[in-house]
Design a protein around this ligand. Structure first.
Ligand code: SF4
Ligand code: SF4
Length: 300
């Protein structure tokens, strides 16, 4: 497939086979997520902890939580059935960097058996700087950080609290710390040549116009893609926003914002938010064929 004109050839070399990044590749290569990381260290107003993290997956679904060993068995079972499998991602259902021991154990076990699989994670960024060196050692070549603001004042409307270094922070202080850690994490990844995509959740009246500023900051710090996702506000899921009547953007509002961002870090338009336990080619979810009860105890 063809390289977009404005993309660095070295970046293109890394992503051309990646189903999440290349519109072409997503027809030929498959990715899967394993939901091994249930714990999270922040509270987003749009999140209900019963469901998957909205960082990189469709909110409002419950994924089958796995231990690292169960995840290893599942990945091998899928690799045997889906020859196009090229990418293994950990996208929650909480935060892959906060629930670090499980993320690391899963990647170590899987890459022992399938050394050429590409590894990636998504994270809210708070714990990210603590693990960037290990991510580089494990050959994780793609990271997604969800960044919804670069102004902590705006952050106070999105994040009621964070849990950092054994302490809970609220208010402006919480958002200030989160912001600094997100920027530091992004800079550290860029310095190590790890590709970083930014996801932003567009929340009308809260951060919609502000995402233009976010786009500038992340582009300056080396993010290679910026993906704006609409807030899916559903009171039935009991999110804080849902309860206060926060609406999601209309399709036209989302498109208008994406058009304004087009000149910045290259915008990703083909993303379909997938489940934290998605399996298969993009736009296809074979996750239900590979639930634990269908996977043999011993896989080779
Ligand atoms: Fe929920 Fe993800 Fe936010 Fe954590 S980072 S509160 S799991 S949406
Ligand atoms: Fe794709 Fe993101 Fe999942 Fe990685 S974590 S496989 S980039 S959707």
């Amino acid at each position: 497939s063809a390289k977009p004109d404005d993309m660095d050839p070295a970046v293109w070399e890394k992503i051309k086979d990646h189903p999440c990044y290349s519109e072409e590749a997503h027809h030929y290569f498959a990715r899967m997520h394993v939901a091994v990381a249930p714990a999270c260290n922040i509270q987003c107003n749009y999140c209900n902890r019963k469901y998957d993290c909205a960082n990189e997956s469709r909110p409002g679904v419950v994924s089958e939580k796995l231990t690292p060993d169960q995840a290893r068995r599942k990945v091998i079972a899928v690799a045997n059935e889906v020859p196009q499998l090229s990418v293994l991602g950990i996208a929650g259902p909480g935060d892959a960097c906060y629930d670090w021991k499980k993320t690391r154990a899963t990647f170590e076990e899987v890459s022992r058996d399938i050394p050429d699989i590409k590894l990636c994670i998504s994270t809210n960024g708070l714990a990210l700087p603590d693990h960037v060196d290990e991510l580089a050692e494990m050959n994780v070549d793609h990271v997604t950080i969800t960044i919804n603001m670069v102004d902590p004042e705006i952050g106070t409307k999105i994040y009621p609290w964070i849990f950092y270094r054994n302490r809970r922070y609220t208010g402006l202080e919480a958002s200030q710390i989160l912001h600094e850690r997100q920027m530091l994490g992004l800079e550290m990844l860029t310095a190590r040549g790890i590709l970083t995509k930014i996801n932003s959740v567009m929340i009308p009246g809260v951060n919609d116009e502000h995402l233009i500023e976010v786009n500038k900051w992340v582009k300056e710090r080396g993010a290679f893609l910026h993906n704006v996702m609409p807030l899916i506000s559903d009171p039935a899921h009991g999110t804080h926003f849902g309860l206060t009547g926060q609406r999601g953007p209309k399709a036209m509002e989302l498109k208008a914002l994406q058009d304004k961002l087009e000149g910045g870090a290259k915008l990703m338009r083909h993303c379909r938010q997938c489940r934290a336990d998605a399996v298969g080619l993009l736009g296809e979810d074979r996750g239900q064929e590979f639930t634990l009860d269908q996977i043999p105890e011993e896989v080779t």
